[in-house]
Design a protein around this ligand. Structure first.
Ligand code: NI
Ligand code: MN
Length: 227
């Protein structure tokens, strides 16, 4: 499974012969917008954790450039984009589905979820993706929650992708505890540095994780890793 960091909370997962982009927000990200040409990003699935603008901004354009791509999100978000003729697979919390690339379980996130125009975006979520014998947890925007202790019941994780930018989500201290709750020693940090309110000290964050016996990986935007 190959995981590429496209900035903010956008990750591209290549597994099972498919490309799954999570929470596409590139054209609005000052740190990423000059690094990619949105229309040239090839995807088979667009996975959305919640309806906030910094997670859905590029969904429509990306879907237009990839007409075969399907959305995976909660019922409300799928319904919202279906009005634009974008096809999607609706899920809700606690449910799993076997896609052609692997199994996806929608799990809880403690946050909020509304579209920029005020439309209700359902409840925010995270996802556990199991594919090619590996498992990854994408937390979405969330605070630290005891529900994370349920994640190991769904899958034995090889990687946890956790928000670490603080203010709107967990900061590094809470995220290190979250890594413990989800029983995963390897963490890819995301949702940091994009805006002033979520700028963090990278070295300090890595030390916080190291003290907890965890590894925090901070990929430069555009870089990839394998699990
Ligand atoms: Ni959010
Ligand atoms: Mn966000």
């Amino acid at each position: 499974m190959k995981i590429s960091y496209l900035g903010h909370a956008t990750v591209l997962i290549e597994t099972g012969g498919k490309k799954i982009i999570v929470d596409p927000f590139i054209t609005g990200n000052p740190l990423a917008k000059d690094k990619f040409v949105l229309e040239q990003i090839e995807v088979d699935y667009i996975m959305i954790t919640h309806a906030h603008q910094d997670h859905v901004l590029d969904v429509e354009e990306l879907a237009e450039a990839n007409p075969q791509a399907r959305l995976i999100s909660n019922y409300e978000i799928i319904t919202y984009f279906s009005r634009d003729g974008i096809d999607g697979h609706p899920m809700n919390h606690g449910g799993s589905w076997d896609f052609d690339f692997g199994r996806v379980t929608m799990v809880n996130a403690w946050h909020s979820s509304s579209f920029a125009d005020g439309t209700y975006g359902g409840n925010p979520a995270g996802f556990v993706i199991e594919s090619e014998g590996k498992a990854i947890y994408i937390a979405g925007d969330t605070g630290l929650t005891l529900d994370m202790k349920l994640i190991p019941l769904f899958a034995k994780l090889d990687l946890a992708v956790l928000p670490i930018g603080d203010n709107f989500t967990m900061g590094p201290e809470s995220a290190a505890v979250a890594a413990d709750f989800v029983a995963c020693d390897k963490v890819l940090g995301y949702h940091y540095d994009t805006f002033d309110l979520i700028k963090i000290d990278h070295q300090k964050a890595k030390e916080t994780f190291a003290k907890a016996g965890k590894e925090l990986i901070l990929l430069p935007i555009g870089d990839s890793m394998e699990i």
